[in-house]
Design a protein around this ligand. Structure first.
Ligand code: AMP
Ligand code: MG
Length: 636
């Protein structure tokens, strides 16, 4: 096959028009009601029975002729004859005559002759007679046959998505199966580097995220996914997989192999086996997104990067599924929100990943290709080709990544188990980006976080305040947090006695910009001085000093797995990982917060949790609140 170049890219607008025209006919299948949740009802459902099927009592009491109660009152009750009892489910025939009552349970059939039920609370049984203290009118406390659902009445509409309520309705009209639409969407993940989640990760391999993320997205749209698994980058294997999927499915999606290079195999296969509808869509990420038709089966090549694959799915595949099923999304796929910060764009139409926090939009774009974008983003915004800059405060529409719950508070900076405790105590959902203190300061400065979590020490040993004044941060406050024991972390069978040993060991350091790294550097400076060396001379002798783990937890992982002999971090993390620890220093872990966010409910909850007695008590080993905890400092 000859390689094609993507010369004539389809504009997003034209791609949307094309998508609008694609409809596939779903199959109609019958499903047991136990299995039907989430599916789409294929036809109007009429009831085959009356509900209830007989006149039934809606109270515990006595079935009676209403006219016998008209004279009844509290001081002068009517005395009527007791002739028997009807429990729920009773099939015996009874007859109530004048001046008679029959005891009846809720849900039991009304006996012939009776036209009302007196509640048990308004009666008193004495031997063979019953005193009635209140009158009832005809029909009182009786649910008539068919009054809930009449036989022949439409109870459920075609194209309704089945939830617990619909299952309840179906069961109550006696249906144990339901006709549903089945739109089978096949997924093929291509890439020789992919392995299945659950398998052991080998060098140069990555886990196949797309098969599962896209399958779930298909289900969220009401479609039925079929995973064909991983196909290596081999033309023949891809053709075979595609052929099988085309045979079996209504729509086929592939992921990967669409970028230039080894890439356009997908495109060529579609061209050869069917018809290419787009020559790639002019959008980032995802160019070229291939849309084709093979034997009347829409075949769409999604990009390999999971965030891109999901973004393109939401924009260009989800509408095909909804339209083909004849339904609207079950949740808000688009929300209007306000830019929390500005975003610059590169002159090309773009689906830009963003987080949405309390209706504010933040960029969630790390380098493209970062899997974490997916967990840190709630959706995408569309940036037009001619848009160079989106102003903070402007309104945008976010296409959500499925049915996501966006977080209440955004925290960027150093990692600490104390933050997890605060999250648990507030009952809020935090988005915590563990990027180290410098990233926290940068984010608070650019307005892309609510809270910066920081432990940055200066030469005098002051925490965080000098960084705030050095960076000229305005309209912010420093909320003092807690103290943490920092020290050397090692495996129990490879005990380290002190910082002096560090030059003979393999170190796993924290990332540049981490406060903890700065504290280690400071300690090493003091040690070097004592030895009559310069700090940089001393540091040069430490193996692994230039390494950079992003969290205390990943430092512990490196030590545990034997990649390093020693790490530097908090006691809480070492203990959590079952590692040895000796203290070297103590830091102050603080929070930098925008002044105008201090009064919002979520921040109030955060602050009161921090200031609470419970927090002090529950704070993990090696972390302590002190007299400054929760204090708000606003001048620097
Ligand atoms: P490709 O379009 O095949 O060049 O893939 C682009 C990037 O996405 C590469 O880094 C791939 O390793 C990655 N990728 C491709 N398919 C998947 C998948 N199913 N799950 C996770 N990552 C993937
Ligand atoms: Mg690939």
């Amino acid at each position: 096959m000859e390689r094609k170049e993507f010369r004539e890219l389809t504009s997003v607008e034209d791609a949307r028009k094309l998508i609008e025209q694609i409809r596939v006919q779903p199959e109609i299948i019958t499903l047991a009601i136990e299995k039907a949740v989430g599916h789409i009802i294929a036809d109007d459902i009429p009831s085959g029975v009356d509900v209830p099927a007989f006149n039934r009592s809606i109270k515990d009491g006595y079935a009676i002729r209403a006219k016998d109660t008209y004279q009844a009152s509290e001081p002068e009750p009517r005395k009527l004859g007791f002739i028997g009892s009807i429990p729920a489910g009773c099939t015996d025939k009874f007859f109530v005559d004048d001046e008679e009552v029959i005891e009846i349970s809720t849900g039991a059939p009304i006996p012939e002759g009776a036209d009302a039920v007196v509640m048990v609370e308004n009666t008193k049984q004495t031997g063979e007679s019953v005193l009635i203290y209140q009158p009832v009118h005809i029909g009182e406390n009786i649910m008539r046959a068919g009054s809930d659902i009449m036989k022949g009445e439409r109870v459920l509409r075609k194209n309704t998505r089945i939830s617990s309520r619909e299952i309840g309705v179906l069961a109550s009209i006696g249906m144990n199966e339901v006709p549903v639409k089945r739109l089978l969407v096949g997924i093929i993940s291509t890439g020789s580097e992919l392995i299945k989640p659950g398998e052991t990760l080998e060098l140069s391999k990555i886990y196949d995220a797309n098969s599962y993320a896209i399958a779930a997205a298909i289900e969220e749209c009401g479609g039925t996914p079929r995973i064909y698994g991983i196909v290596h980058d081999d033309e023949k294997l891809m053709e075979e997989a595609l052929e099988k999927a085309i045979q079996e499915c209504d729509i086929v999606l592939t992921s990967g192999s669409t970028s230039a290079g080894a890439g356009d195999i997908m495109y060529m296969i579609i061209e050869e086996k069917g018809e290419t509808l787009t020559h790639g869509i002019a959008i980032k990420p995802g160019k070229p997104v291939v849309i084709g038709m093979i034997k009347n089966v829409p075949t769409i090549g999604l990009p390999g990067n999971p965030t891109s694959a999901l973004s393109i799915f939401n924009e260009f595949v989800a509408p095909i599924i909804y339209n083909s099923l004849g339904i609207k999304p079950a949740f808000k796929t688009k929300v209007t929100a306000v830019m929390g910060t500005g975003i610059r764009s590169g002159g090309r139409e773009e689906l830009f990943p963003v987080g949405v926090v309390r209706g504010k939009v933040y960029p969630a774009d790390k380098t493209s290709g970062a899997i974490t974008t997916l967990s840190d983003a709630d959706g995408t915004i569309e940036i037009r080709a001619h848009t160079e800059y989106i102003e903070p405060g402007s309104e945008v529409e976010v296409t959500m990544f499925g049915n996501v719950r966006s977080p209440d508070l955004m925290l960027v900076g150093g990692q600490c188990p104390g933050i997890d405790l605060l999250e648990e105590m507030t009952g809020l959902v935090f988005r915590t980006l563990n990027r180290g203190s410098s990233a926290g300061f940068a984010a608070i400065s650019s307005g892309t976080t609510d809270i910066a979590c920081v432990n940055m020490v200066d030469a005098e040993g002051n925490y965080n305040s000098s960084t705030i004044s050095k960076m000229n941060l305005e309209n912010i406050v420093l909320v003092k947090g807690y103290r943490r024991e920092l020290g050397l972390i090692f495996t129990p069978d490879n005990h380290v006695d002190g910082l002096e040993e560090i030059t003979s060991l393999q170190l796993i350091n924290r990332n540049r910009g981490s406060g903890t790294r700065a504290i280690l550097e400071r300690e090493l400076g003091t040690l070097a001085e004592a030895k009559g060396m310069t700090k940089s001379e001393f540091i040069k002798n430490i193996k692994g000093y230039n390494s950079g783990s992003k969290t205390h937890r990943s430092v512990c992982d490196a030590v545990k797995s034997g990649k390093a002999d020693v790490g530097f971090g908090i006691r809480a993390a070492a203990e959590e990982a079952g590692l040895g620890f000796i203290p070297v220093a103590e830091d102050e872990f603080d929070f930098v917060i925008h002044k105008d966010l201090l009064d919002i409910e979520e921040m109030q909850a955060f602050l009161s949790a921090l200031q609470s007695e419970e927090f002090s008590k529950r704070l993990q080993n090696g972390m302590y609140t002190y007299e400054m905890t929760g204090r708000i400092i606003s001048s620097f």
